[in-house]
Design a binder for this molecule. Structure first.
Ligand code: FAD
Length: 530
């Protein structure tokens, strides 16, 4: 087993070292003023990080890596490219948790955003109310007495886990999350940032009051709904195409201390989705998601060993089960009424009484739940493996056809990997259509998120899973299910035009306005191709 991991790793490292050492020297490629003014890191460590990501499928070698120590370092580099007779491409790299090279650049410069950490925000914060500068450098308005309410000014390079820790010190927290917190603010705001809270508060991009953005011309612009709003809406879900986010003002609310956390098991897809849709359409809960349980689904520490084996034997009998995941926050003030409130909420649902399981956790542990799984997978050498993920938004009107054609007939029957496979509806009411992110064009308040989060561990060839992904997309195409990819991956302009649909003309116009030389985020392969 060991050889499966070690041999490819050694071969890969040798090829990589050869590629780095055999490439032309920087001065022959870059304009002189760049090599004189910037110390780009080109050692094997920098290059290796910059040319890989969580997906472990794509590898692109940049010319060098800039490790900015201030926002003006970024401004200067972008301006140098923009003003040069041969502009070079620049990719902001947040935490490199893309899966298809979206934060990479071939023969350009990777901007390693993490090197700004603890540097830019303290200098940049905006003074409103009683701002408190926390030790991590995240600026929090904890007085809530401005017209904006509570917020934090956060560097685009900050990890959400650090934002959470800094805001909790003031009894506050952002309201919208991703399932995993080791992602940067700039990275998730370039996509959407979704999780089980999105139905109640909108995605993360709906919870931003203001941004500082360095455009592809090298201009540092502050934007919001009322100020430079074209840029503001373009950047949110804009896949890094219009500017580099250096500061985001994030909406906060009072943080709960604990959560009641439930998994409810269904063997009937119609009942499962009806209950999910009911829960996201009424007030009462704070988070609703859902996932598949098939025979290969690994044991979850959410369930006791006896519950786990009961669920597994049911899964092998039925072939496929669905788990509705729901959470309600509480604190000392609401502890005495929470159980009663939950009883009222769950009375409306249609599940078998013996199939509801619950857990009590701190707010932090609940939000940081995927980190616990990561550490386990890391210890088993199952985290740093290829991830041929496919994330889709599916119109509600076709989710039943999608269940049969994809989840049952492809995912369950082929059982190539153990997932996880997430399925949950999102209420659209807090999404603003002016933002760049593409969602199903169907006129409906609800669409579904389906996240097929495959891992290709040592014995699985990622190309086999990619073949399955293609089969899924072909099925949707043939059945006329008008999905939109989330965290999209396309290789040619026609596919991108179709992806953005009615938003394409604005998207293209914004590119011409804010990054006319097509310098930024070429790894998305929308306007520039390697
Ligand atoms: P990177 O991969 O570094 O960059 C992504 C893109 O954004 C690139 O094009 C890059 O050039 C651009 N970019 C990066 N920083 C900036 C910036 N400051 N300004 C402008 N552009 C920038 N997503 C969800 O919505 N919900 C989830 O629950 C969720 N869970 C995940 C769990 C895991 C384990 C992983 C690996 C990913 C998950 N994602 C989820 C996807 C994740 O939100 C995106 O992949 C996101 O882009 C990762 O952030 P990053 O900081 O690593 O970005």
């Amino acid at each position: 087993l060991h050889a499966y991991f070690v041999v490819p790793f050694i071969i890969n490292s040798l090829i990589f070292t050869f590629l780095v050492s055999s490439r032309p020297l920087l001065p022959s490629i870059f304009p002189n003023e760049i090599t004189q003014n910037y110390s780009l890191c080109t050692n094997t460590n920098c290059m290796k990080t910059a040319s890989s990501d969580f997906g472990k499928i794509t590898q692109k070698l940049p010319l060098g890596v800039l490790q900015p120590s201030s926002v003006s370092d970024i401004v200067r580099l972008v301006q140098s490219s923009y003003n040069s007779s041969s502009p070079f491409a620049i990719a902001a790299r947040g935490n490199g948790h893309s899966v298809r090279g979206q934060a990479m650049v071939k023969d350009g410069v990777v901007m390693e955003m993490s090197s700004l950490k603890n540097n830019n925000i303290v200098k940049q914060g905006v003074n409103v109310g009683e701002n408190i500068i926390s030790s991590s450098g995240i600026r929090v308005n904890s007085s809530g007495n401005s017209s904006l309410g509570f917020y934090a000014d956060v560097g685009g390079e900050q990890l959400w886990v650090d934002v959470l820790q800094a805001t909790l010190l003031h009894g506050l927290a952002p309201v919208s999350w991703t399932d995993y917190l080791y992602l940067t603010v700039g990275g998730t705001l370039s996509n959407a940032g979704i999780s089980g809270q999105a139905s109640f508060h909108g995605p993360q991009i709906s919870n931003v009051l203001e941004l500082d953005v360095i455009t592809g011309k090298g201009d540092l612009i502050t934007c919001s709904k009322d100020m430079n709003s074209d840029l503001f809406y373009a950047v949110l879900g804009g896949l890094g195409q219009f500017g580099i986010i250096t500061r985001a003002r994030i909406v906060l609310d009072k943080a709960p201390t604990r959560v009641k956390w439930f998994q409810i098991i269904y063997d009937d897809f119609a009942k499962f989705t009806k209950d999910q849709e009911h829960l996201i359409s009424t007030d009462g809960l704070d988070y609703v998601e859902g996932s598949l349980i098939i025979e290969s689904t690994p044991a979850s520490n959410f369930f006791s060993p006896s519950d786990q084996s009961m669920i597994h034997s049911l899964a092998s009998e039925k072939g496929i089960l669905y788990s509705l995941e729901a959470v309600k926050y509480y604190n000392d003030e609401t502890i005495s009424t929470i159980d009663e409130e939950l009883e009222v909420i769950f009375k409306e649902l249609n599940f078998n009484p013996g199939f509801i399981f619950n857990k009590d956790a701190t707010f932090f542990d609940f939000l940081n739940r995927v980190r616990t799984e990561e550490l386990v997978l890391q210890s088993l050498a199952l985290w740093d493996v290829p991830h041929p993920w496919l994330n889709l938004f599916v119109p509600r009107s076709r989710i039943t056809d999608f269940n049969q054609g994809v989840l049952v007939d492809i995912i369950q029957k082929q059982s190539l990997s153990s997932g996880p496979f997430l399925v949950y509806p999102i209420n659209r009411k807090k999404w603003d259509d002016r933002m760049s992110v593409a969602t199903p064009e169907e006129d409906d308040n609800i669409f579904y998120t389906v996240a097929l989060l495959n891992s290709a561990a040592s014995t699985t060839d990622p190309s086999v899973i990619d073949k399955q992904n293609k089969e899924i997309l072909a099925f949707c195409d043939k059945a006329g299910i008008k999905i939109k990819q989330y965290l999209p991956h396309y290789k040619n302009k026609e596919e991108w035009m179709e992806h953005f649909g009615k938003k394409w003309s604005v998207f293209k116009k914004m590119k011409e306005q804010f990054d006319p030389k097509m310098i930024l985020s070429p790894g998305q392969s929308i306007f520039n191709h390697d």
